[in-house]
Design a protein around this ligand. Structure first.
Ligand code: ASP
Length: 326
């Protein structure tokens, strides 16, 4: 069994015209650093669960992506983060939602899963639990980045709400490759380890300008995150409400399990047919029990990468062009 990991840093509209080569390189370098962390764990015989935890932890630490540091602003100018993790071996899962002071929501999700008593904790209760598990709490200004703040000010001025992070960024002067003002942006990882176990993790700041208390698909098992050793591990990014209504992550698993479709076809049906029927924009990353990887999106771009144990690390932003191997 060749271990493999795939990651995403959100999907959205591209801002190619406004993009400098340096800026693009920043994103590809950041994705490579994240992949490296997960790949190293898999190469040492570590678990898929540890690999996705490490990858999403690194994505949360990177201010370029909408999770942890760099999370987008809510309508009120705050930050509310969501995360989930799932173990395909046992179907154990953990998640936190609407947390405002956790440095790494994915570690809190993992602690909820490891504790085993509940699956989803929200708000103050989630924060108190994370604190008791020894996780780091931060003040609200920890999440602040000038780019996200400018993005929020513009979304307020335009009266536009619920922007996908990478669409929203397209409205910036120093644009990112994917438009942050289209409101999308989430991070995630899926992996298969050498023992044949699958795992998935997803973490997000949600949509720019979202209402206080709004929870997206990311922390909802079966919507934005799902893993089952019998089928697939999936992490989604996109317009969360539509991913919730579609149960997108679980739908990929169900198509593989019940219709016995190959992974590519199951992903195509969900991302290119079913989500667009309800205006669902975004993409997902998936790896199946045989180690096939599929990274589909119905937007112009998605920050993404994949690596097999001992193999090259591939990162990409746009469609097939611009793929970089390290
Ligand atoms: N799916 C996330 C949410 O709705 C946002 C995103 O992936 O861009 O919270």
């Amino acid at each position: 069994m060749t271990a493999v990991i795939a990651i995403h840093g959100g999907a959205g509209t591209l801002t190619r015209g406004a993009l400098s080569a340096d800026r693009e390189k920043d994103y590809l370098d950041a994705l490579d650093h994240v992949l490296q962390g997960g790949q190293a764990i898999l190469e040492q015989g570590g678990s898929a669960l540890d690999a996705v935890t490490e990858a999403v932890f690194r994505l949360e630490e990177c201010p370029l992506f909408n999770a942890g540091k760099g999370a987008v602003f809510t309508e009120q100018g705050g930050h509310e983060l969501d995360a989930a993790i799932m173990d395909g071996r046992t179907l154990a899962a953990g998640a936190v939602a609407c947390v405002k002071s956790l440095r790494n929501p994915v570690l809190a999700a993992r602690a909820v899963m490891d504790d085993g008593r509940h699956v989803l904790l929200v708000g103050d209760g989630a924060e108190a639990f994370a604190k008791s598990a020894g996780l780091e709490l931060v003040s609200a200004d920890y999440y602040f980045t000038a780019e996200r703040y400018a993005q929020w000010l513009r979304s307020q001025a335009n009266g536009s709400t619920d922007l996908l992070d990478h669409d929203a960024q397209a409205m910036q002067h120093e644009a990112a490759p994917i438009d942050a003002e289209s409101k999308l942006g989430t991070v995630g990882a899926v992996a298969l380890d050498r023992h044949g176990n699958l795992a998935a993790a997803t973490s997000t700041g949600g949509l720019t300008g979202k209402r206080a208390g709004r929870v997206g698909d990311s922390p909802l098992i079966g919507a934005g995150c799902y893993a089952n050793n019998r089928t697939v591990a999936v992490s989604c990014t996109g317009s969360g409400e539509m991913f919730i209504r579609s149960l997108a992550a679980y739908d990929v698993s169900a198509l593989v399990e019940y219709r016995q479709l190959p992974l590519d076809e199951a992903c195509r049906i969900v991302v290119m047919e079913k989500l667009p029927m309800i205006d669902g924009r975004g993409g997902l990353i998936a790896v199946d029990a045989q180690g096939n990887v599929c990274l589909p999106f119905n937007t112009e771009g998605m920050y993404r990468g994949q690596a097999r144990a001992g193999g090259p690390r591939r990162t990409a932003i746009y469609r097939e062009e611009n793929r970089r191997a390290n």
